[in-house]
Design a protein around this ligand. Structure first.
Ligand SMILES: C[S@@+](CC[C@H](N)C(=O)[O-])C[C@H]1O[C@@H](n2cnc3c(N)ncnc32)[C@H](O)[C@@H]1O
Length: 210
């Protein structure tokens, strides 16, 4: 039987309370693929970028280093956000931090230029949750806004953080968003966990209808 809070906030709080940033399977020192797509988008330095389920990832550090000034990190776990804030020190004050569930949180309308998600969408096994996720993207992105979603690929693990996940091809991620989202690019990568296991990730980069 599934634990009552499987995949809920308590699950993630307990992970981040017990483990350091570089002790979780999804850790990598830099999210190079994501940085590549964000650079490819040729955004203005003050473009609004949201890292959804950003956890304690270093993407926000690297974006600050590259001169982006309008960054938001959203995560279900306050402990994850605390790790990232502590690492950034005084620079954390220049970032907007949101603790909440991407499928239910209220985000501002047509506000963001770039939506980034690495390893969050694949936890949404319930169709209704995926529908709410995509509705949130459509609501909060500016028309023509950019979306990068990375999930485990078809050869990737069946579980992440002990939770069952969906595995996708880049086409499969795009199918979830629908034809009106223009597909710009995709990538796959072999992620090596801190203990040396290999995991297939796929990335889908698309744009909202203008
Ligand atoms: C596998 S980790 C990936 C973290 C980060 N994106 C990275 O690549 O290092 C998944 C993250 O998504 C967060 N998360 C899971 N479900 C979520 C949800 N429904 N809403 C917001 N965040 C969620 C977790 O707390 C966790 O930080």
């Amino acid at each position: 039987m599934a634990e009552p809070d499987a995949g809920g906030q308590e699950h993630w709080e307990s992970i981040y309370r017990r483990k350091a940033t570089d002790e979780v399977s999804w850790y990598r020192p830099h999210l190079e693929r994501s940085l590549h797509f964000i650079t490819q988008a040729k955004l203005a330095p003050d473009a609004a970028i949201i890292d959804v389920g950003g956890g304690a990832a270093t993407l926000v550090d690297d974006l600050l280093d590259r001169g982006y000034t309008n960054l938001t990190v959203l995560d279900l776990s306050s402990a994850a956000i605390a790790q990232a804030r502590e690492r950034l020190g005084t620079r954390a004050a220049g970032v907007r931090w949101l603790v909440g569930d991407v499928t239910t949180i209220e985000l501002p309308e047509h506000h963001y230029d770039f939506w980034h998600d690495r390893a969050v969408f694949h936890f949404l096994r319930d169709e209704e949750a995926r529908r709410r996720y995509i509705a949130a993207v459509r609501h909060t992105l500016k028309p023509g806004g950019h979306v990068v979603v990375a999930t485990f690929g078809p050869e990737g693990p069946e579980k992440c953080s002990g939770l069952d996940v969906m595995r996708y091809t880049a086409e499969g991620i795009h199918d979830e968003f629908g034809e009106r989202f223009r597909r710009i690019g995709d990538a796959s990568e072999t992620h090596v966990t801190p203990w040396g296991s290999e995991q297939e990730f796929v990335y889908c980069y698309c744009r909202m209808p203008g």
